[in-house]
Design a protein around this ligand. Structure first.
Ligand code: ARG
Length: 458
């Protein structure tokens, strides 16, 4: 097929060069955005008297027809085309003749591609946001179910203080809530229209960029034409937002992998979200969580790839920028897949209350409460801390736990100890007394749950 840009050169390129140059493999997915963008462009051209109303009508109907034919499968996208923009314009011209050739007035592929990506990614953000919301919903449901299930809370992966599983889960809900806000924020900055920046310098035609932008649902227009066609910040920003989201999913995955191990046995994943081993019959592997953790690295790679591509580019458009799409599409595709699997995995998991409680009982995780008991009786915290530490050491020597030591033993360390100590270091009391805002008590977790539910209208 003769190239539309045959002019200065004869357009006779090597097949190898064509294949190398082509982006249709990965930009054909933007056909809808490309076509709707062109329809708005045609109507703007007519509105401004740059083409006749009749021509605009013909162009719009022709574009509409192409869109329908692609969606119905009647027209397949020609993978020999250079890119989706060339394919649509060529198809239009094949169908309409000379009128089709008027469409590209007062625009360039440089602003066209920038427009298409922004429109495509806006929709991706909306989809990703919905999936994050669904996942938060699943987490909140489990948190409600396990709001009173005691488990050890960890620092340094050493048992630290008792918390509830519901409280632990809600920590992830908060992270994902921030991710949602970041997505919203990213969308806001992305939603400025570059169309009309043309190749780089604007145009001599009397265009109305705002009219076109409004038609396509943008909040405004890119204010500098060089920037409009060179800017891929919105791709980078989306990928960093997604990277953060993936980092959260990855940390969660890591915990699920730990919790489902025989060493912990806190959580059981549904068979539907685990796999077996081809050789070891006893295995039930948390592959979904591992893959989410693994794919996080891949998304970081996408982000780094584009940042690196952009860092040395002079203004304005350079062909290097064609590399934006594979990276950002991959990040979106990966995130969407991970989010869906993750929701299913969370919805179907069960926690083992007994094992979590058992683990909580073994690690002296009420030692802080023991010290606090003495403080409440008037001892300075540092002294109380020291005595609690010595009592823990004695327990370790005698292979017992704080709840089992006799009152005489306690009193040999301080005469402030009395019988009322025992209920104070009971794990449930330790949890229930942490009523500070954001703390682990059931009341506080309930508050967190209703905060998230209200924020998201769940
Ligand atoms: N396929 C190209 C891309 O994705 C479209 C823009 C081409 N512009 C150009 N001046 N060659 O970046």
């Amino acid at each position: 097929m003769a190239k539309m840009w045959t002019g200065r050169t004869d357009g006779k390129t090597e097949k190898l060069a064509d294949d190398f140059n082509s982006s249709i493999r990965f930009d054909s997915r933007m056909y809808r955005q490309d076509i709707t963008g062109s329809m708005a462009h045609a109507s703007m051209l007519a509105e401004q008297g740059i083409i006749s109303n009749e021509d605009a009508e013909t162009l719009i109907v022709g574009l509409e027809q192409i869109l329908q034919d692609i969606e119905s499968g009647k027209l397949s996208i020609d993978m020999e085309s250079e890119d989706i923009h060339m394919f649509v314009e060529q198809e239009l011209t094949d169908r309409l003749g000379d009128v089709g050739k008027k469409l590209h007035t007062a625009r360039s592929r440089n602003d066209q591609v920038a427009l298409d990506i922004r429109m495509y990614l806006r929709d991706e953000i909306d989809q990703i946001g919905q999936l994050v919301k669904t996942l938060i919903g699943a987490i909140v449901d489990k948190a409600e179910m396990y709001q009173d299930a005691i488990m050890p809370g960890y620092t340094h992966l050493q048992r630290a203080q008792p918390i509830t599983f519901g409280h632990h889960l809600m920590a992830y809900a908060m992270m994902l809530l921030r991710d949602l806000e970041r997505l919203k924020d990213t969308r806001k900055r992305m939603n400025q229209s570059p169309i009309g920046c043309c190749a780089l310098a604007g145009t001599t035609y009397d265009t109305d960029r705002l009219f076109e932008a409004k038609q396509l649902g943008f909040d405004g227009i890119c204010m500098n034409s060089l920037d409009g066609v060179s800017d891929r910040d919105f791709c980078v920003e989306l990928m960093s937002t997604i990277s953060l989201l993936m980092m959260h999913l990855s940390r969660f995955s890591e915990e699920l992998i730990l919790w489902t191990s025989w060493e912990f046995k806190f959580v059981e994943l549904s068979d539907a979200y685990t796999t077996g081993s081809s050789i070891m019959p006893q295995k039930k592997n948390p592959d979904m969580a591992e893959l989410v953790r693994g794919k996080t690295g891949r998304v970081y790679g996408d982000l780094m790839a584009l940042l690196t591509t952009l860092k040395g580019l002079p203004l304005a458009y350079n062909k290097d920028m064609q590399e934006d799409k594979e990276a950002v599409f991959d990040a979106c595709d990966t995130a969407k897949m991970c989010l869906q699997v993750f929701s299913g995995m969370i919805e179907t998991l069960t926690a083992n209350r007994e094992n979590m409680l058992k683990a909580a009982q073994k690690g002296f995780i009420n030692a802080t409460d023991l010290a606090d008991y003495l403080v409440k009786k008037g001892m300075p915290f540092r002294n109380a801390y020291k005595i609690a530490g010595q009592l823990v050491a004695q327990c370790i020597r005698e292979n017992t736990v704080l709840e089992e030591l006799s009152l005489e033993t306690y009193q040999s360390y301080s005469d402030l100890f009395e019988q009322d100590l025992y209920p104070e270091i009971d794990l449930r009391t330790c949890v229930e007394k942490r009523i500070s805002e954001g703390g682990t008590s059931v009341a506080s977790v309930k508050k967190q749950i209703s905060y998230v539910k209200e924020t998201l209208d769940l």
